[in-house]
Write a new protein. Structure first.
Length: 196
C-alpha cells in the first residue's frame, strides 16, 4: 500500500526562523513549499477588488480574513493533492485550523505533522530588530503587537494540534544550520524518511 503524501504544517512567531527552516525542510524532503505570505503577496499583485483591498490590508500589517486565506490554501491542496507539501504560516486561528483539518481529511492527507518553531520572546525581538535599521518606538510597538497577536490567536491553534497528537515542538534558538540539522534528524526519524 502506498504511503499518503506528507503534510507538514509549520507554525512559529515572528523571529522564530520558521520560513528559513521551512524552505530547508521542503527542499530536504522534496515537498512543495507553500508560504502564506508568498501566496497572499501573489494574490495582492493581481488586478481586481479583492487584490487591491488585500494589498491595503497587508501594507497596514493587519491580518487577512479567514475566508480569503482558506481560498488560497484550497487551491494549493487541489493542485498538489498527490504530492507532499509544507504549509508555512497557516492556520493562524482556531477557525482556520478547523477548516484546514476538514480540507486535509477531504484530500485524504493522513500523514500529517505540525511543527512549532519555538523561540523565547526576547530573542525573537532581537532577531526581528536585526532586520530593521529603524529601531524607533513605533517599530518596537509593532513588533510587540505582532508577538502578542501570535500568543492570542496562534497559540490556541498550537494547543489544538497538541490535543490531536500532531504537534512537534522544536527549539529554534540556535543558528540556522544547527536548527536545520536538528529538524532534519527529528523529522527523518519521525517519518522514516530520507532526504531527496
Amino acid at each position: 500500500m502506498s504511503r499518503k503524501p506528507l503534510t507538514i504544517i509549520l507554525l512559529g512567531k515572528s523571529g522564530s526562523g520558521k520560513t528559513t527552516h521551512g524552505k530547508f525542510l521542503a527542499k530536504a524532503f522534496g515537498l512543495e513549499y507553500m508560504g502564506s505570505g508568498t501566496l497572499l503577496r501573489q494574490f495582492a499583485a493581481k488586478k481586481g477588488f479583492s487584490s487591491r483591498k488585500l494589498s491595503k490590508i497587508m501594507n497596514k500589517g493587519e491580518w487577512v480574513p479567514t475566508f480569503l486565506v482558506s481560498n488560497l490554501w484550497f487551491r494549493v491542496f487541489e493542485k498538489y493533492h498527490d504530492k507532499g507539501i509544507l504549509l508555512d504560516g497557516s492556520p493562524r486561528k482556531i477557525l482556520e485550523a478547523n477548516i484546514v483539518d476538514e480540507a486535509l481529511e477531504w484530500y485524504e492527507r493522513g500523514n500529517i505533522l505540525v511543527v512549532l518553531a519555538d523561540v523565547k520572546r526576547d530573542l525573537a525581538i532581537r532577531r526581528i530588530l536585526r532586520g530593521h535599521r529603524d529601531r524607533s518606538d513605533d517599530t518596537m510597538k509593532a513588533i510587540r503587537e505582532r508577538l502578542t497577536l501570535f500568543d492570542r490567536e496562534v497559540m490556541p491553534v498550537v494547543r489544538h494540534y497538541a490535543k490531536k497528537g500532531l504537534l512537534l515542538k522544536v527549539d529554534t534558538s540556535g543558528s540556522p544550520d544547527e536548527v536545520n540539522k536538528k529538524l532534519f534528524k527529528i523529522l527523518s526519524s519521525h517519518f522514516g524518511l530520507r532526504n531527496k
